[in-house]
Design a binder for this molecule. Structure first.
Ligand code: ADP
Length: 498
């Protein structure tokens, strides 16, 4: 994976079962968000590398052993990859932390959970069945679910290995081949995963990684004539743009995009649980998740008491070195995002929101260099403010007061996004009514930020198209072929109609 030229290790790409240098021979720095210093050089892929990878994946799909392999055998390889991820979880977690600044404790937990996607879809690989149709013609008509061909997976920097796995596991189980492009800030775990792909014994070209910038390395993957599917996680602006490119060639796409998810607390809720859920929803991963519960809707009667508890609990979090296992809040993943979050804090102030916690770099010696921002809470927000409408992707919570259930629903749904929503209440009828009325792909009642390989995940409205996870997740990577076998003894004369 690496060669040592100069001071920093160089990370090459993995294409067609080989470690390859970029056609440009250029590398760019990847930065440790805790120290704000570069720690490795990443291959700067471009159109020529993208073409090489797509061609390799196409060859593996059409000519290689992968396409001819029985699904049970493909399942075995996918399962083996899951086992290898489990065995190398600590090493993968350390790399992820160095690259994106997420907490070591959190990444160790997340990476131990990732193999479940591979086990689940490995098991599904040989259970993809067609159906026989009750056809009204003299024919046996049945459907064959078939793979699409070359799939492209493009992911952002917040949870690279998890988000790639959500795409790779079902795509491969359905019989496709895949080319993945991690974000330019966080390429290292995808490349480490390729060492495990090699060790598992996948045929060359089945799984490939191209690294580099979106426009240079990602776009040629999407527009390549041999690409059949785009699985994208990232911002709504980029997703919509890539969707338009995919549409030009009538390519399939699943998009998991932004959010401005409401976390709604009713006055009858278990307050301590709700405080934990709201804090986990916005300050977990320093708010850098698409499902961040960034709008807190609190029923008027408990507003002040709830905000006090929320601020006190948030303040108790230990901020610092993400590699220290006791740290609870780490840095923002990169400088660009750090500047963006600080910009939104200024906007909220100018809009008249009241800052009750945070809003700045913490006054802690070890946080002096990295991209740190304190957990930040605004009250007095109304849903028209930019801080309530735009995705910040950082540790910034906007609090809005509501009186009645209907008003909460109206505010919650008054958003271009619809990824997730949280409801905190002890009233089961209220919980069910809310789950019916909220326009969101996931509604969590008395919990928040749960995802599982078993349960479909995706967005309403501008939060996305398609679903990942569960049985529904594999359908994104299949197409249906209808086969007709005539049972007629004689074919009708085509010139005699009726
Ligand atoms: P972020 O999530 O950082 O706000 P994006 O949604 O733009 O940003 O990025 C998510 C992923 O999409 C990254 O891997 C990025 O390199 C990639 N990307 C950005 N622009 C393009 C593009 N024009 N074509 C293909 N991939 C892109």
């Amino acid at each position: 994976m690496t060669s040592h030229a100069g001071e920093l290790p160089r990370l090459d790409m993995y294409i067609g079962g080989e470690w390859v240098k970029p056609a440009s021979d250029e590398y760019f720095e990847t930065v440790d968000p805790f120290t704000a210093r570069p720690w490795a050089m990443v291959a700067r892929g471009g159109a020529a590398d993208a073409d090489r990878a797509i061609q390799a994946a196409h060859k593996a799909f059409k000519e290689g052993p992968w396409g001819k392999m029985h699904p049970s055998e493909r399942g075995k390889l996918i399962y083996r990859l899951g086992q290898l991820i489990e065995e190398h979880a600590d090493a993968l977690a350390e790399i992820e932390v160095r690259d994106n600044g997420r907490l070591l404790a959190e990444m160790q937990h997340q990476i131990r959970y990732i193999p479940k996607w591979f086990y689940y879809y490995a098991g599904l690989a040989d259970k993809i069945e067609g159906v026989v149709h009750p056809c009204d013609k003299p024919a046996l008509s049945f459907s064959r679910p078939e793979p699409l061909g070359v799939c492209v997976g493009i992911v952002p920097w917040n949870a690279p290995l998890l988000l790639l796995s959500l795409k790779a596991a079902p795509a491969l189980a359905a019989g496709n081949t895949i080319v993945m492009k991690p974000a330019e800030h966080t390429s290292a775990t995808a490349l480490k995963l390729m060492e495990l792909v090699e060790a598992a014994g996948f045929p060359p070209g089945v799984i490939n990684v191209v690294t580099g910038f979106g426009k240079e390395a990602g776009e040629p993957l999407v527009t390549h004539p041999l690409t059949r599917h785009l699985g994208f996680t990232g911002s709504t602006a980029t997703g919509a743009y890539l969707y338009s490119l995919a549409a030009k060639d009538v390519k399939r796409a699943s998009l998991e995009l932004g959010g401005k998810s409401p976390n709604i607390v009713f006055s009858d809720a278990d307050i301590d649980n709700a405080v934990r859920g709201v804090v986990g929803g916005i300050f977990g991963a320093v708010g850098q998740t698409c499902i961040a519960g960034s709008r807190l809707l609190v029923q008027r009667g408990i507003h002040d008491q709830f905000v006090d508890k929320l601020a006190a609990f948030s303040k108790s979090a230990r901020i610092g070195n993400p590699r220290d296992i006791t740290t609870q809040i780490g840095p923002i993943a990169n400088r660009m995002q750090y500047d963006k979050v600080l910009g939104y804090i200024d906007i909220a102030r100018q809009e008249g929101a009241e800052l009750v916690l945070g809003g700045k770099r913490p006054d802690i010696a070890e946080c002096a260099e990295g991209f740190f921002i304190e957990p930040t809470i605004f009250t007095g927000v109304n849903n028209e403010m930019r801080i309530a409408r735009e995705e910040v992707f950082g540790p910034v919570l906007s609090t809005i007061i509501f009186d009645e259930m209907e008003e909460a629903v109206e505010i919650a749904n008054d958003s271009e996004f619809g990824l997730a929503a949280g409801v905190w209440t002890a009233n089961m009828r209220q919980a069910l009514r809310m789950s019916e009325m909220l326009e969101a792909g996931s509604v969590w009642v008395n919990t928040y930020r749960d995802i599982s390989y078993t349960t479909p995940f995706g967005g309403y409205k501008k939060s996305g198209i398609g679903r990942e996870n569960g049985v529904e997740g594999i359908r994104e990577y299949l197409q249906t072929k209808a086969v007709w076998l005539s049972t007629a003894e004689e074919i009708d004369n085509p010139f005699v109609i009726g």
